[in-house]
Ligand binder design. Structure first.
Ligand code: NCD
Ligand code: ZN
Ligand code: ZN
Length: 438
């Protein structure tokens, strides 16, 4: 099966892409490209010679932007016993709406992905996926053997090990430094990344006592920045000692970025940020209430600026949405009862495209953070770049389309967002996953 995608706007210019089955087999400048007008005839002969004889399908991309399919390394698909919140079908549809063609699923499901039996249940559920995926194995205080059992088989569907240093949403928490060290040792042995939610539980407990007034408006004070900073410092120091690869998940403060910058010099340290920590801060909570309740919390304006700086100077390696769907009625409960997290798959890339249109991001930087780097860092072979021989995971974008985010239309089962009603420019038109139009 051969498909010709005509008139794709790539970074290098207007091009025609030929896909055979799941791979890109040819990329040629389009005959409409002003750069190539002089050679149009020759190019036309080659391309359309092939068209007439071999091509089964021609799709006109109409000069829309085409980028590598987004790789989102931080998604909570739920399913299993929480399929009312989200399942692999609804999460896949949300992903495709947001231009995402690969996701890494987090382990804090019910049951948790902390042993082979539960991983196999998840593998079964994930058969419904319409996109590429990998799983994180969750670490607990006592499942080192289970982690080894899974990793020793060298399965290709494991992205890495996930550690939570605090309770966030139905997750196991690592409270013992020696346990953490042993997890890092195993990760090193099997060359896997450990992604850490670094808020530190003992610190959170202290701040909960200190801030008596529990309200969403105090979420950033209660889950105090000090707890993220302390946990990140602890993890960076331990990883330096052991020598394993580490990823600081959803980094939210200026102080952590400073630490990461320092430790990156001599260590394999990776930094993930989310679109919401980059673009929102706690001042929005007055308007959105618990829809903006997330861990770590939305921080301050100075953190937004620090995150932007870290994007530009290369401290940030990739952007994960931390898509964390919960039921609407749960989010409508009072502050303490409402779960943390909100859906992000359908807004993530769109918010970044809007920043691109505003001149705050270059297309090169966007592609680096959303596909090239995650593919390279997590060893996704033949993905993350539009080139001959790679899988045809592509996201087609109309950069001119102006529209309003409408969470009631989300494909995710979680139909709310702190970004609801925001006007943005740039919209995903279609995706290709392994050469198939979605
Ligand atoms: C996540 C969830 O709901 O699973 N919630 C969140 O606020 N980010 C858990 C997590 O990533 O911490
Ligand atoms: Zn987290
Ligand atoms: Zn998360």
């Amino acid at each position: 099966m051969k498909t010709l995608l005509k008139n794709c706007k790539l970074i290098q210019g207007l091009s025609n892409i030929i896909i055979e089955d799941d791979k890109i087999i040819d990329i040629k400048p389009s005959e409409n490209s002003p750069l190539e007008r002089g050679t149009a005839l020759a190019v036309g002969c080659v391309t359309f010679g092939t068209v007439e004889t071999n091509i089964n399908q021609i799709i006109d991309i109409q000069n829309n932007l085409v980028i590598p399919g987004i790789i989102d390394p931080h998604v909570h698909v739920r399913d299993l016993q929480q399929s009312d919140k989200e399942d692999w079908t609804s999460a896949s549809k949300a992903a495709l709406t947001g231009g995402v063609t690969t996701i890494f699923d987090m382990p804090n499901t019910i049951p948790a992905t902390t042993n082979l039996v539960n991983l196999n249940l998840k593998r079964e559920a994930a058969q419904k996926a319409l996109i590429n995926y990998k799983f994180f194995i969750g670490a607990t205080n006592s499942n080192l053997k289970d982690i080894e059992e899974i990793l020793s088989e060298n399965p290709s569907d494991i992205a890495g090990i996930k550690v939570f240093l605090a309770g966030s949403s139905n997750n196991d928490t690592i409270t013992d430094k020696d346990v953490l060290k042993n997890i890092f040792r195993v990760a090193k042995k099997y060359e896997k990344i450990v992604t850490v939610h670094t808020e530190l539980q003992s610190c959170l407990n202290k701040w909960k006592q200190k801030v008596p007034n529990s309200s969403i408006l105090n979420h950033n004070e209660i889950r105090n920045r000090e707890c993220s900073i302390m946990g990140t410092k602890l993890v960076l120091e331990l990883a330096e000692e052991i020598g394993n690869k580490i990823c600081i998940a959803h980094c939210s403060t200026a102080e952590e970025l400073k630490l990461i910058r320092k430790f990156k010099i001599n260590n394999s340290v990776y930094c993930e940020i989310t679109p919401h920590h980059l673009l929102l801060n706690e001042t929005i909570l007055e308007k959105v209430g618990n829809f903006g309740k997330v861990n770590p919390p939305l921080r301050c304006e100075k953190d937004n600026s620090a995150l932007w700086e870290a994007v530009y100077d290369g401290t940030v390696d990739f952007i994960g949405t931390d898509h964390a769907p919960h039921k609407l009625y749960e989010k409508q409960k009072e502050y303490l009862q409402a779960p943390s997290g909100f859906p992000g798959l359908e807004t993530g890339l769109h918010l970044l495209l809007n920043e691109l249109n505003k001149g705050n991001l270059t297309i090169g930087k966007l592609v680096e953070l959303t596909s090239r780097n995650p593919a390279e860092i997590f060893n996704l072979e033949k993905r993350g770049e539009i080139k001959v021989g790679n899988f045809a995971d592509l996201t087609v974008i109309d950069m001119n389309m102006k529209w309003k985010i409408d969470s009631s239309k989300f494909k995710s089962k979680a139909k709310y967002s702190p970004f609801d009603r925001m006007k943005v420019q740039g919209k995903v038109e279609m995706c290709f996953v392994n050469g198939k139009k979605c």
